[in-house]
Write a protein that binds this ligand. Structure first.
Ligand SMILES: [Zn+2]
Length: 720
């Protein structure tokens, strides 16, 4: 579900801004790129639709050379910009940077496919070899002090005499990105900054290694008489894992979420549930050489020291400044507003479960290892949904048509299949559509769909772009893709999917529509903001259950009848089930993430801090945090989600609130005026406009949390 442009994300994290924009048109003075190599991956995209990737000629053997050459070309471009003897201007510095990195960006389209859609052991080896080189490449740009001086000159001038809005925004984002990463420090501080980063990266590695160790080394083996309640499929796979681990005849419950979760939900063996639960929630916290508590204290201390070098009070303040939330206080205010309702709901859920346990004559008090087990019993009793019955109405082909219908209604896009063979694809399953404006017929781009699971394809679903919209060197078309893992049917058979998978299909298409509707001048303005980019895609999920989609597309695969309203009502009702558990376990982790980074790291005792913080929060004793601190990989195996775990809920608030704007409109979810505002303010500007301001323009006010509370079935109290 959490998906994004992989390539863009990778590039953005690796090279800051200098190259996270593969997308612009070839500028006139780059004829050398066409003659420099016979490596297919380095060649300019040719063919129809303003040039398309040569996926049919892609070869793993070419990727390493292509990436290395792409980095070399990009660094050469950066050198030219940094060493320009003319005074720094917006054109010769910022625009020049925006125009650089074209070849590397194109190569990364192939890299993304080889990594996510068509992976192989051969590719993974190359990936390992390239990792340190890419990191070095990134440093060479972010630490180029001549380059930064020129950026700073342009930035300082823009603070006195502002440029036009998009130019101003790209200057500020570029400057901020360098500044946030230490470019503005004096030499002594820069040296310390680099040392800290080096130390942190090795601590992040150790952290992950420790968690992995505890995941691999705490396996619970069951005997044949301990399988009560477990499904046949689960038992089969547990038997196979045990055999692979040399314990033939036993059944292995590994120490991972995918094994733990179903076991705790279905196993009738309470003592074993306790053991499996304890193993899982003790990862990184076993008091041995793989214990992460001290390591986390070191990480927090180094992070604080690093942001203090930059003049910030704490890590959260530094991290959130370019996010929609902007300050830790804003993020905390949201979490604190939802928290009491979440734990209140837990109390109700526990009471429901205790009743079921008593009815069953189980002489127990609900403990954390009982939560999933009795929750499942409550679910069956209160909300029983036959998922197989629902599936009969969810056919992949019809759902794809439903996506196109929605895009037509809201965005005025038309999707037309591109004849086979006209555009190269990397696998025969991949289909391509041309996207045009419904009225004018104007070409907008191509949509690639890679629907089916296969060996070498990563799991889950995601969206990405091969080329994004920009207009600073002439308007570009958009090449966007959606990728899923549906099971490929026998020829002529319909693909039937679950409600969750249909929702995800809409979600990922929301990312694609966000790409197609972009109207930004500069590549950098296509970038994502972590607590904002999931909002657009989450919002699109809501169209799955609108009447127009239901009546036309959610029809029975044999009878053609639309899905009954009673079944849809059941699905919606079930969506609020167990929200106490879900919200509380998530929020406890999100609050801990923030509080750990706001606390004084000097002499911090992580174990004690976690215990005391949970006590202060009045954390219900019947459930743990979703990720306890000693194995909170989002936050401590790198920096991707450090003080950012709140972001999921932030995006949820926007989603719920924006969806009510449609629900309240005269035309409901198909209201033309609200749709026009949606496209204009929430989709088209991407990061060309401050997200908070964009939202205000859409809604006429800031988002309120009430809609989210209603979505989750929580009591609504009036808050700001
Ligand atoms: Zn997403």
């Amino acid at each position: 579900m959490i998906s994004k442009s992989i390539k863009a994300a990778l590039l953005c994290s690796i090279v800051l801004f200098a190259s996270c924009k593969k997308d612009e048109k070839q500028s006139e003075n780059k004829e050398e790129t066409t003659t420099m190599s016979d490596n297919v991956l380095l060649q300019e995209w040719t063919g129809p639709y303003e040039g398309v990737p040569a996926f049919d000629k892609m070869n793993v053997a070419d990727i390493k050379e292509a990436v290395e050459k792409g980095m070399e070309l990009n660094l050469a471009e950066i050198d030219v910009i940094a060493n320009n003897t003319e005074p720094a201007t917006f054109e010769n510095t910022i625009v020049a940077m925006e125009a650089s990195g074209k070849t590397l960006g194109d190569v990364f389209t192939y890299y993304g496919i080889l990594s996510s859609n068509m992976s192989s052991p051969e590719f993974r080896e190359i990936q390992g070899e390239l990792a340190p080189k890419l990191s070095e490449f990134s440093s060479k740009i972010s630490q180029n002090s001549k380059l930064f001086q020129r950026i700073k000159t342009v930035y300082d001038a823009s603070q006195k005499t502002p440029l036009e809005a998009e130019a101003q925004r790209v200057v500020e984002l570029t400057y901020k990105s360098f500044e946030m990463n230490g470019a503005n420090l004096d030499d002594a501080k820069k040296e310390r900054y680099a040392e800290i980063n080096k130390e942190l990266s090795s601590l992040y590695n150790d952290f992950s290694d420790h968690v992995l160790h505890d995941e691999e080394n705490y396996v619970t083996y069951l005997t044949k008489d301990q399988l009560n309640g477990l499904s046949e499929g689960f038992v089969k796979s547990a038997a196979k894992i045990a055999t692979d681990k040399g314990q033939d005849g036993k059944y292995a419950i590994t120490n991972t979420r995918s094994s733990m979760d179903p076991f705790l939900t279905y196993s009738t063996e309470r003592e074993l549930r306790k053991q499996v639960w304890t193993n899982y929630y003790s990862r990184g916290d076993n008091g041995d050489e793989f214990d992460n508590n001290d390591l986390i204290a070191k990480i927090l201390k180094l992070r604080r020291e690093r942001v203090e070098l930059l003049g910030y009070d704490n890590y959260a303040q530094w991290r959130l400044q370019d996010r929609m939330a902007k300050t830790p206080e804003n993020a905390m205010a949201l979490m604190n507003a939802v928290w009491p309702a979440a734990i209140g709901r837990v109390a109700e859920e526990v009471a429901d479960m205790q009743t079921v346990a008593n009815e069953l004559g189980d002489n127990i008090t609900i403990e954390p290892w009982d939560y999933r087990y009795y929750a499942e019993k409550v679910r069956k009793k209160k909300y029983d949904l036959d998922s197989d019955e629902v599936k009969q109405y969810l056919q992949l082909d019809k759902l794809t048509q439903a996506l196109f219908f929605t895009a037509g209604e809201l965005f005025n896009f038309a999707f037309t299949p591109v004849e086979e063979g006209k555009v190269p694809v990397f696998h025969e399953d991949v289909k391509v559509w041309e996207v045009t404006d419904k009225d004018s017929g104007k070409h907008i781009g191509l949509w690639y769909l890679d629907p089916y699971a296969r060996q070498g394809k990563r799991s889950g679903a995601w969206a990405t772009t091969y080329r994004s919209y920009t207009s600073f060197e002439g308007v570009t078309n958009v090449l966007a893709s959606n990728n899923s893992n549906f099971v490929k049917p026998a020829p002529g058979e319909a693909v039937l999917v679950s409600w969750d998978d249909a929702t995800t299909f809409f979600h990922e298409f929301g990312h694609a529509l966000h790409f197609f509707s972009a109207n930004v001048k500069y590549p950098t303005l296509n970038g994502g903001v972590r607590d904002y980019t999931e909002f657009q895609s989450q919002l699109l999920e809501r169209w799955l259950s609108t009447d127009k989609v239901i009546n036309q597309f959610l029809v029975h695969n044999k009878t053609g009848e639309p899905i009954p309203a009673s079944l849809v009502a059941k699905i919606k009702k079930a969506s609020t089930f167990n929200q106490g558990f879900g919200t509380t376990e998530y929020l406890a982790s999100a609050l801990m993430d923030m509080k750990l980074h706001l606390a004084d790291p000097e002499g911090i005792d992580i174990d004690k801090f976690e215990r005391e913080t949970l006590a202060e929060l009045k954390m219900p004793k019947e459930l743990p945090m979703r990720h306890r601190t000693p194995h909170f990989g989002h936050v401590f195996s790198g920096e991707g989600y450090a003080t950012a775990y709140y972001g999921y809920m932030w995006a949820d608030v926007l989603t719920a609130d924006a969806s009510e704007a449609f629900a309240e409109a005269p035309g409901g979810f198909y209201d033309k005026d609200v749709a026009a505002k949606l496209v204009k303010y929430l989709f088209a500007p991407r990061n060309a406009m401050d997200p908070a301001e964009a939202y205000r323009l859409f809604r006429g006010r800031d988002a309120k949390i009430e809609a989210l509370m209603r979505d989750r079935g929580f009591p609504v109290t009036t808050t700001k």
